[in-house]
Ligand binder design. Structure first.
Ligand code: MN
Length: 257
């Protein structure tokens, strides 16, 4: 008796730069040979929106082509809608891929990143997920080709480990051709802390926050170090933020010594 034909892998692609961004277009195109690729991505740029969900206004989903939808929400909204809006995707995705972000998401950037959050929302729901970031738009095609190899390897791993906990992986491509791939911990990026005060044409004050990245702390084995040395960094992220040991301050505030 012939075994039932398996459906091709279903791949959901999202990002935080918007469905029209060069990074997501290159990524979706590159992943095409691996399976059925669907894009559900923000209608406009949502960088630095982290894991926000839009709960207080309606969301508009617009079909841009048979396999591409835009949503006027955040990356986490996009993954949520793609996973739970019945009939949107023909099957639940085997993997969710977010990016390729225009700009790095190294170290502590993962707290702010919408790219990482689009992937994290999938991993929280038990779907393996990868966030990809690149330093420059000019690298999109080369990075997308590398991303395809990595997604293919993850799908192969998943096929033989269907019951394992869904991983959340963060990948950053270096400037120019990579010297190799490193498995990393998260480093620390230091940004200039900037609050710029200006006046609008009506004379009212407004503030503009956020300065450029200025330094990477020297953390051996970190993604920031790998990036600075020209390597692709692959970092496994945990979904449980709690510390294994209870912090002394927690004991103190709970009234325990
Ligand atoms: Mn972005």
């Amino acid at each position: 008796m012939p075994s039932p034909r398996r459906a091709p892998p279903t791949i959901l692609v999202t990002n935080d730069d918007g469905y029209h961004a060069p990074g997501i277009r290159a990524l979706a195109r590159a992943l095409g040979p691996l399976g059925d690729v669907f894009v559900v991505a923000p209608e406009s740029e949502q960088s630095s929106t982290s894991h926000a969900l839009t709960l207080s206004r309606p969301l508009r989903l617009r079909a841009q082509s048979p396999e591409v939808w835009s949503l006027d929400g955040t990356p986490a909204d996009c993954t949520y809608v793609a996973l739970h809006h019945k009939g949107l995707l023909p099957r639940p995705p085997d993997v969710v891929v977010s990016g390729i972000n225009m700009g790095l998401n190294l170290g502590t950037d993962v707290f702010y990143s919408g790219t990482v959050a689009g992937a994290r929302e999938a991993a929280l729901r038990g779907v393996p997920a990868i966030a990809f970031s690149m330093p420059s738009q000019a690298d999109a095609r080369r990075c997308a080709a590398r991303a395809r190899t990595m997604v293919a390897r993850l799908l192969a791993w998943r096929a033989t480990n269907p019951k394992a906990a869904a991983p959340l992986l963060n990948v950053n491509f270096p400037d120019g051709p990579a010297r190799g791939v490193r498995l990393c911990t998260l480093g620390t990026r230091e940004y200039e802390n900037l609050v710029e005060e200006r006046r609008d044409p009506r004379g009212r004050q407004y503030l503009w926050i956020g300065g450029p990245s200025v330094a990477h702390r020297p953390n051996p084995g970190s993604d920031t170090e790998a990036h600075d040395q020209g390597y692709v960094s692959v970092t496994s992220l945990r979904l449980d933020l709690s510390l294994p040991e209870v912090h002394e301050a927690a004991k103190a505030l709970a009234g325990r010594r």
